[in-house]
Design a protein around this ligand. Structure first.
Ligand code: DX5
Ligand code: ZN
Length: 231
């Protein structure tokens, strides 16, 4: 029986962001977090326009997909996702998250991503309200509520966006995954899980440990404890 079937709740999912990994050894870094017990691998794509930083594109996602045994949770912080989503679906994303602020019709983009066999998700910057996006939320498998301004790892957690997490969980029940990304560590994960998030991205907190199994286990324990579940 799955965790969801037992408790009626979506399971806790830990997704380390490889943005904080050693880019000279990406394959080994993937193996390291998989051995450490991660559930998904969060991949941050930035275009130097939508956010003031530039990271990786489809060829690197394709290479990661060749070595990864866990699903790739690809977060595209780019202008015009309606033009580029296909390249990331083809590169091996299991889930593809794009920003509503950059999309002309996020509900239609979600449907197009799903047609490619990839799980669609929409992301909100800290100051973007969720109310105007009811149709897109219904069309998505997951909503990402950013808890830092997107662009860089290692920033401090912003608690304000947790109001959106609470509102979404209340409105949607367990019909949708809610992911938080930015400044997540063993303390902030508790606040985010208590608000209703079930998918937790962490970059610098995971990769600053030599043994990444330790922070991954702490994140999972913190989230489960906040949900009143056995750890
Ligand atoms: C920020 C990225 C995050 C970032 C998280 O724009 O979307 O995934 O890597 O890094 P930490 O956990 O260090 O805030
Ligand atoms: Zn991210």
């Amino acid at each position: 029986m799955t965790d969801t079937a037992r408790s009626g709740r979506l399971p806790v999912v830990i997704a380390p962001s490889i943005l904080s990994s050693d880019f000279t050894r990406l394959g080994e870094e993937i193996r390291r977090i998989e051995r450490g017990g991660c559930d998904r691998i969060h991949v941050d794509v930035m275009d130097g326009h939508f956010v003031p930083n530039l990271t990786i594109g489809p060829p690197v996602v394709r290479a990661l997909h060749r070595v990864a045994s866990r699903p790739l949770d690809v977060h595209i912080m780019i202008d015009d996702p309606d033009r580029w989503y296909g390249a990331y679906c083809d590169a091996g994303a299991a889930g593809l998250t794009f920003h509503v602020e950059a999309s002309r019709d996020p509900a239609a983009t979600c449907r197009a991503i799903r047609e490619r066999g990839v799980r669609p998700a929409i992301a909100f910057k800290p100051a973007t309200p969720i109310e105007p996006y009811a149709e897109a939320i219904e069309a998505a498998d997951m909503v990402l509520i950013m808890t830092v301004e997107p662009g860089f790892a290692g920033q401090s957690f912003l608690p304000g966006p947790l109001a959106k997490v609470r509102a979404l969980r209340e409105r949607m029940g367990e019909r949708i995954e809610i992911e938080v990304d930015g400044g997540i560590n063993d303390e902030t994960v508790v606040q985010a899980a208590a608000a209703g998030a079930n998918v937790f991205v962490a970059g610098s907190y995971v990769f600053r440990h030599d043994d990444v199994a330790v922070p991954i286990a702490r994140l999972r324990e913190g989230a489960r404890r906040a949900r009143g579940e056995p750890v």
